[in-house]
Design a protein around this ligand. Structure first.
Ligand SMILES: [Zn+2]
Length: 101
């Protein structure tokens, strides 16, 4: 019984040591920042990029179906109107007035 307790204690210590080493490697290893979702620097960078994007992007109504879409995802049809999808752009170019459902 005593032997089992000693083995369990040793395994626990080994587990703690390996976990600490793993944490240190994950925090400072090469490319660690790219994969860590919780790294402060990459989190700040991601948040800044999101805010920058939010400032430039505005909602535009599709010329065919009227759906509001972010301007960075909009599509220019051959007629020059802004559309939400290839399908709407094609419908607009072919002269269909009502949205196809
Ligand atoms: Zn549309």
């Amino acid at each position: 019984m005593q032997r089992i307790i000693i083995i369990v204690a040793l395994l626990y210590v080994l587990w703690r040591v390996l976990a600490a080493l793993g944490r240190r490697t994950a925090a400072s290893g090469k490319g660690a920042e790219d994969f860590s979702r919780f790294n402060a620097r990459s989190r700040d960078r991601r948040r800044a990029a999101k805010e920058r994007q939010a400032e430039n992007v505005e909602l535009i109504a599709c010329a065919h179906c009227g759906t509001f879409i972010p301007s960075d995802r909009s599509l220019k049809s051959g007629v020059g109107a802004v559309c939400c999808s290839r399908r709407c752009a094609d419908a607009l170019e072919s002269g269909a007035d009502s949205p196809a459902s």
